[in-house]
Design a protein around this ligand. Sequence first.
Ligand SMILES: C[S@@+](CC[C@H](N)C(=O)[O-])C[C@H]1O[C@@H](n2cnc3c(N)ncnc32)[C@H](O)[C@@H]1O
Length: 472
Amino acid sequence: MAMHQLDLPLNNNENANLPSNYRARLIHLLSGDLDFHHKNSRYASHNFHAFPAKFPPQLPGVFIQALTAPGEAVLDPMMGSGTTILEAYLLGRRAVGFDIDPLARLITQVKVTPIDPEKIRAIGNNILTQAHYAVTQNCSELEEQLKHLWDSNTKKFVDYWFAPETQIELLALRNEIEKIEEPDIRAFFEVAFSAIIITKSGGVSLALDLAHTRPHRAKIIVTENNRGKITEVSSGKRFTTKILRSALEEFGKRYLQNLNGLVSSREGQIQPVLKYGNAQKLPLDAESIDLIVTSPPYASNAIDYMRAHKFSLVWLGHNIDELGKKRKQYVGGETTSDFTFEPLPPKTQAIVSNLSAVDSKKGQVLHRYYSEMTRVLREMYRVLKPGKASIVVVGSSIMRGIDTQTHQCLAEIGEAVGFEVPKIGIRNLDRNRRMMPAGTKINLDSQIQQRMHVEYVIGFYKPDHKISGDSK
Ligand SMILES: C[S@@+](CC[C@H](N)C(=O)[O-])C[C@H]1O[C@@H](n2cnc3c(N)ncnc32)[C@H](O)[C@@H]1O
């Protein structure tokens, strides 16, 4: 191979056996084990809040350690719950993150903010005492407040998805959290509050499941006090049964659990810069970033972030109509009116055309996704320094029985905007540990089903023409 890429300093033991040439090192990493099954992913604040399709911390971790030096800039333009950002922060890199989802931004911010645990303990205790008092002594005031808290659409949503007794408890908690003056501490408790609602199984809401595109509501509710009753429910109905837990108790457990994961400020750590922002138009200078590690949404809204996130966002001051408008801006959305499509390279265009032949509306939705990803990849190329890489983790989607071949299409689009794609790595999903869109039963006869249980790790390399015109 021609020696035209930057050689990296071998700065720690972990990197001692890696090739010193940057591009060779990238290929080496993408050829290694990217599954990270049986690895502990719960250290530091990684486990503060559930998040759909969150990747294991080791994934960004290995690329950050091997491809950057301390102090260098690591970007995740669709940061989600901030796995890349937290890893970069813990490793002493300068993390930069964007997301258009308000909850993603809140969770990530809290994960990388050092706070005095004693303050959390004292304030948490006080929140619980005051909320308990309000629920037991001033319940009618809370009921009155609930009547006027939201506009009619938001109220309809809350009444459908939350039992009356849960609403009272959540409001009592929310009232106490709102009184906290220090923004970092208030945000910490908002995340713990949200984490008791947004879980794979719908937390304290009546949703049975928040990992799927369309949540289902429990028809039979069993409160914790009469939990024994669940055995009387016939097996057919078991799937519509939910044990209703106390929001106060769940919050009490959750904030103490999160308190144990709080990051502390250490020498060499740089506070990340996190902003609300669209990955298709980043407010960053050209050639300012040393490494990108990110995972975009699946095509065709396979994971609908806003559908799950609004369950806690309505309690944190957002309203349903405003959230519905925001949802349209997510990459992978389904509306195509007033959308500016991008021309696609040939293989990607062929997949879109095949789908359009079966279902023209779905074809447009897929064209929208690849157009959005064209703009995202163009931005990644612009902000990345020459001779550096962008790691993009994606899964394929099945639309009308057609495999969208997302990894191949994104690789082709990446090449069209100027990247080289030296290697696409494969990782097998540990389905037990992840909030994922598809069912958990694997039909081994179906190639498509098998494909849904792997993800692809695409290595995009931005050639450095100053070092050598030949980048192959
Ligand atoms: C697969 S998730 C990222 C998960 C993340 N890697 C983690 O470990 O938590 C994809 C994220 O893309 C975000 N997103 C969707 N459209 C976006 C856009 N136009 N700009 C920025 N972020 C966007 C979603 O809000 C979601 O948080």
